[in-house]
Design a protein around this ligand. Sequence first.
Ligand code: 13P
Length: 251
Amino acid sequence: MAKSPKALVAGNWKMNGTRASLKEIRTLASKLNDKKVKCNVMICPPATLLCEAKEVAKGSKVKLGGQDCHAAESGAHTGHISAGMLKNAGASAVIVGHSERRADDGETDKDVAAKAAAAHANKLTAIICVGETLAQYENKETLRVITAQIKGSLPEGATAKNTIIAYEPVWAIGSGLTPTVKEVAKVHTHIRKRLNAALGDEADQVAILYGGSVKPANAQELMSAANVNGALVGGASLKATDFLGIIAAYE
Ligand code: 13P
């Protein structure tokens, strides 16, 4: 059997955090220094904090990521940030296709694939998010939705080195609700199969993260599900102590 991909526990701060919040990254970095963890650790702060966060995390196990990027390299796109800019600011990865962006900004799978390609072109790992809405879950459309999202959002040239998938059921985000471990395993195994169809054997090494109401109390159980290779954490990544409680699943 192929070796499992190295797990990643990534924190998505979303539109939260000011310079005062950098102390959480400082605490995380110093606490991790004393621990042996079997996963990579990343914080995706707002872009305004990336450069300073990079300084704070210097020499530690904490990697940094962006929360979105534009598909273009530069140009007249007021308010947007390119993958190259994120790389330049210290990111090693970028989240693309988060459901909040798909919903708030009308991003399509095609947009997401273009953003992921821009990430790859700038040597950033693309963390591509997929997940069904509550209505789709209730109509038992989860696997169909995920199949279409994976097919449409994966760019040419995706490899296990430059691509991570995050399964985030929309109804589990920020709600305190989660699918059962059995449901998570079923969807993640389905994602692995879809990746196999697209990438061949390479797919075995693609990390597949679970996201949606991951907390210290449920992390161990969720992370034990088949084909789960880490977590994408929102609310519980804002405080270093909570986030460390989730990382503990990989100690
Ligand atoms: P919560 O952990 O707050 O549910 O958010 C999950 C998420 O959307 C991470 O990208």
